[in-house]
Design a protein around this ligand. Structure first.
Ligand code: NZQ
Ligand code: ZN
Length: 388
């Protein structure tokens, strides 16, 4: 096991009607004036926004509102939010939504105390200072409610990039699984795919003797196969939604990634699909992961065979571990298909001639991708082509 540090200070408030505690939590964490940040309207339709406002009113906490965050959030609204937050003396960011809304709020939180361009943090500047953020989660997927990360697309070039730092871990996250029952099936399935992908980015590692985190990752993935199916077939099932929501957090607050090298090459390749074709992040991962795995298998076939046996219930063929490994990849892909995700780039409108552009964009100012497999532009193109 490698040396590591792990700091996860977020206070989680999980369960039914927990959004009614928002006002008290903002107060507890020192907020006086918050920015309510949200997307295209789901929080209005569900009544969540009104309930949160009532809770803030009850504690005498002031607020301003900035809605309109798009899926795969863009820089334009972040610049607007930074300006508004400064003008209005906002001292606490309160996103209500999925990963896109939370990440946009984190970007504004970074930009407010910084004199330069917030985008500097997405191109390598160290993250040290930010406004505090508290989240109200409406979609189980990204794990941004507990993660160090924010992923934003700059409209100048459509580069989708990540900034990260411990300061970006939310102060609190309110997680009411009931809120996720209104998700369209495509978003539920995208979330399931993303959560499993966060496990796989950590699972495919060359660090030896990481039995604890191997087993934790397998546990989260097994849970997602069972509860993912249950939520797809019965969207109002509270227990399924609750297990998935907590799995999203556990899969990406990095407790399962401690002490081991992680890959993340597929996530970086995916950023190009969601920014180019506007697909969900989960859909992009569903398309790319099987191809990445087929490419990566040769690096350590026994790890892929272990994944096949322990997660997908395949029988180990000791004479031919490649066969077992491939069977695991096929079962994974069949599951992804079963829940309604696309499995080829063509299905989201991509073509062979786009491949060099995808790779160029991915490597623009960002030379390092992947760890289990170190990606070069050529390897990335090969994997994109396998996924066509
Ligand atoms: O905009 P509204 O109307 O709210 O609709 C949203 C949006 O269209 C809708 N939605 C959310 N909650 C809903 C709902 N619809 C009905 N009922 C609800 N309860 O769902 C749509 C997609 O939302 P989005 O926030 O984009 O989804 P997700 O949570 O999957 O987030 C994806 C983003 O997170 C990034 C991805 O790259 C992508 O940009 N990620 C962030 C990470 C992080 N910060 O740690 C890690 C991840 O790997 C990921 O990269
Ligand atoms: Zn992800």
């Amino acid at each position: 096991m490698d040396n590591f540090t792990f700091y996860s200070p977020t206070y989680f408030v999980f369960g039914k009607e927990t959004e009614n505690q928002t006002g008290q939590l903002v107060k507890k964490y020192g907020g006086h004036k918050v920015m309510l940040h949200y997307g295209g309207g789901s929080v209005k339709r569900s009544g969540l926004l009104d309930r949160v406002k009532a809770s803030l009113d009850a504690e005498g906490i002031e607020y301003v509102e900035l809605g309109g965050v798009e899926a795969n959030p863009k820089s334009g609204l972040v610049y607007e939010g930074i300006e508004m937050a400064r003008k209005e003396n906002v001292d606490f960011m309160l996103p209500l939504g999925g990963g896109s809304v939370i990440d946009s709020a984190k970007a504004i939180a970074l930009g407010v105390p910084y004199d330069g361009d917030f985008w500097d943090f997405y191109t390598g500047k160290a993250v040290e200072e930010a406004l505090p953020v508290g989240t109200i989660v409406t979609l189980a997927a990204s794990g941004s409610e507990a993660s160090t990360d924010t992923v934003v697309t700059h409209e100048d070039g459509m580069y989708k990039r990540c900034a990260d730092g411990d300061i970006l871990r939310p102060k609190f996250s309110i997680m009411n699984p009931e809120l996720t029952t209104t998700l369209p099936p495509y978003q539920t399935a995208s979330g399931i795919t993303d959560i499993i992908a966060h496990c796989m980015e950590r699972y495919f590692s060359k660090t030896p003797d990481v039995e604890l985190t191997d087993r934790m990752l397998e546990g989260v993935m097994l849970c997602m196969i069972k509860e993912g199916r249950r939520a797809m077939n019965d969207p109002a099932n509270y227990e399924a939604r609750a297990n998935i929501m907590w799995a999203a957090t556990i899969a990406h607050n990095n407790i399962t990634g401690t002490g081991r090298a992680q890959d993340w090459g597929t996530h970086h390749m995916e950023n190009e699909l969601s920014s180019t074709y506007g697909c969900s992040h989960g859909a992009g991962l569903a398309i790319l992961f099987p191809s990445w795995m087929k490419y990566a298998m040769k690096e350590d076939v026994m790890r892929f065979a272990q994944f096949a046996v322990r997660v997908w219930g395949c029988e180990m063929d000791f004479q031919n571990p490649e066969k077992t490994a491939l069977e695991g990849i096929e079962r994974y892909q069949a599951f992804i298909k079963e829940i309604g995700m696309p499995t080829t780039i063509s299905e989201i409108g991509g073509k062979e001639e786009d491949v060099p552009k995808l790779a160029d964009s991915m490597f623009h100012g960002a030379p390092d991708h992947g760890n289990f497999v170190k990606l070069t532009k050529e390897i990335a193109m090969e994997i994109y082509r396998m996924a066509l």
